[in-house]
Design a protein around this ligand. Structure first.
Ligand SMILES: [Mg+2]
Length: 231
């Protein structure tokens, strides 16, 4: 990286906190605790349906089709619907369990802790996230990485979600640095990379799945180890 940066905006889910693994562990616990096997004998089927619906709801939220709160309230109702189970009380219990226990999981994306330790002496850092405020704080604390960040700027707290300029401006104000001195690091082209680009902030697209970058990030890495070598 030829250019020098002073401050880093990090996305959290899928970039530092391993959303897939942590969600899977939570789902396994939930499946056991609520004896879902009596309703859906195949855990894998349950998991696949959950992941599909969860991703759809997050996409709908990111494209402003639904309020963020709907992700929580509708997630398990829709999963149970897929299996023709009409039980709103169970859906609420599953939802509460998932929201409460999920963020307590502590698996990080490979190389995340090493990267943060490497960066901490040289950069100021904050979390810029479209996740829920309290949830993201719990995740950071559970994973033992909260001390690396000056702030969590969340869509829930600010009322603006990436890629909106407002949330990037709030993050810039917090950092006390100019756009040119800041670098956004994230896995999502439509929120992290588009947001950075619209706001004239350089970006790193963390792209472990080798997706096609149709937005045009400033840099692209397939692993956090690679990013560590660049910064
Ligand atoms: Mg992300």
């Amino acid at each position: 990286m030829s250019k020098k940066y002073s401050y880093l905006f990090f996305d959290l889910d899928h970039t530092l906190w391993d959303y897939e693994v942590n969600a899977l562990v939570t789902l396994q616990e939930l499946y056991e605790k609520f004896q879902i096997h009596q309703l859906v004998p195949d855990f894998n089927h349950f998991r696949v349906v959950f992941e599909k619906i969860n991703a759809e709801l997050w996409d709908d939220y990111q494209s402003n089709k639904i309020p963020q709160h709907d992700i929580r309230t509708k997630r398990f109702t829709r999963v149970l619907d897929e299996f023709f189970i009409n039980d709103s009380s169970l859906a609420n219990k599953l939802s509460d369990f998932y929201v409460e226990e999920g963020p307590k999981k502590n698996v990080l994306v490979p190389g995340a802790l090493d990267l943060l330790n490497h960066l901490a002496p040289n950069y100021g850092m904050l979390i810029l996230t479209n996740g829920f405020e309290r949830t993201q704080h719990v995740k950071l604390k559970s994973a033992g990485i909260d001390h690396f960040f000056d702030a969590v700027i969340s869509s829930e707290k600010t009322g603006f979600s990436k890629p909106a300029p407002e949330i990037f401006n709030l993050a810039l104000t917090h950092s006390k640095f100019k756009k040119e001195e800041v670098l956004m690091i994230g896995d999502n082209l439509l929120t992290d990379i588009t947001g950075a680009k619209v706001n004239k902030i350089d970006s790193v697209f963390y792209n472990p799945l080798n997706a096609k970058d149709h937005i045009g990030a400033t840099y692209e890495v397939s692993s956090l180890v690679q990013l560590k070598d660049m910064l």
